[in-house]
Design a protein around this ligand. Structure first.
Ligand code: DAH
Length: 341
């Protein structure tokens, strides 16, 4: 077969293959098979050394024109395939904007946290500062400076988690009172929310760890009337304007006089219902005038200064406000429960 016929055979064979190719990889393989180092055209070029010198330029030209024709076809086909592939890809990646979206699950505030922020808002509105104290506390702040003597039952191991003899998990946020007073920056007007710990079994109203919000005001001329007015206002803002408060005499070692405060049941308005166990009243906090001994032990002159304090159980308030009847629900973190608030 003449070289020319051979070249034509190669050309038409390859053109046919290119025509049939349906992806870029096949095209590349074809390209290598004809134009590559060991390709068919390259072989022809190599065999030119066996030709008489005068034929070489003619054959060279023929090879070049076949090469040019093939290269052109390859480029054209590659372009065509790329275009097709792009169109297909675009079709595959079309976004149907009418499909419903995938809703992201976002978390939200825990009932405790909602109650705390509501509560803080009320007191911040009355000019209180929010301060925090440590959960791991010295006996001195949790008990001693609060006029709770060594043999007091609250100090019993059955009520308190001790770490050492004089370091414990605080049993009350009242410990922050002593810390603040000891600093000696007067006047004082703070609330202090935080976690407290007691060696209690878990049940519907008890947990070994719960939260309190402590309040403390110390200034010249603070009286029981200030305490009553403040807590009455708090109850009205927090539980509703019709809420009435009742101060029942009580005992706390660090206040004198001391009281427990009941609010009129916001469910039945005081008539008596399941919620207030028929009494019309619900207990919400403990309070009192800061004991003169506590003031002086903390370095404040009780002849010049006086103050009041109160302690609110946060869970208690949250349970009341959201009408939850079991404290355990607050800690189980069941998403179906938490999503209701
Ligand atoms: N610390 C008390 C308790 O845990 C609550 C309390 C009562 C706090 C009277 C006070 C207060 O500041 O004045 O039971």
């Amino acid at each position: 077969m003449s070289i020319e016929a051979k070249l034509q055979e190669i050309k038409s064979g390859i053109l046919k293959k290119i025509e049939e190719a349906d992806n870029v990889n096949v095209i590349n393989d074809i390209k290598v098979s004809v134009l590559g180092k060991k390709g068919e055209l390259t072989q022809v070029l190599k065999s030119m050394k066996d030709l008489p010198p005068e034929e070489r330029p003619v054959v060279g030209q023929m090879v070049n024109s076949v090469r040019a024709a093939l290269e052109e076809k390859i480029a054209e086909k590659t372009k065509q395939i790329s275009k097709l592939m792009l169109a297909e890809k675009m079709k595959r990646e079309t976004i149907d904007v009418t499909l419903p979206g995938v809703r992201k699950m976002t978390g939200h505030r825990h009932p405790n946290q909602i109650a705390l922020q509501d509560l803080e808002r009320v007191f911040i509105g009355m000019g209180y500062e929010v301060v925090e104290g440590p959960e791991i506390e010295y006996d001195r702040y949790n008990f001693e400076l609060l006029n709770i003597p060594a043999n007091h039952p609250a100090k019993d191991e059955q009520d308190t988690f001790y770490i050492t003899n004089d370091i414990l998990l605080r049993t009350q946020t009242s410990s922050v009172q002593a810390r603040i007073m000891e600093k000696g920056q007067l006047p004082i007007k703070v609330i202090s929310p935080g976690r407290v710990f007691r060696s209690d079994e878990v049940d519907a109203t008890h947990s070994p760890s719960f939260h309190q919000v402590e309040g403390l005001v110390v200034d010249k001329g603070i009286t029981m009337a200030d305490l009553k007015g403040t807590l009455d206002q708090f109850a009205k803002t927090f539980f509703g304007n019709n809420t009435k408060t009742k101060f029942r005499p009580h005992h706390f070692p660090f206040t004198e006089p001391s009281a427990e405060v009941d609010i009129s049941c916001f469910k039945c308005g005081g008539k008596g219902c399941r919620f207030c166990k028929g009494s019309g009243w619900i207990e919400i906090l403990g309070c009192g005038m800061v004991h003169p001994k506590v003031l002086s032990d903390c370095g404040i002159d009780p002849e010049v200064y006086s103050g009041f304090a109160f302690g609110i159980g946060l869970e208690r308030v949250a349970l009341l406000k959201y009408e939850i009847d079991d404290m355990r629900l607050l800690y189980e973190n069941d998403i179906r429960f938490l999503q209701q608030f």
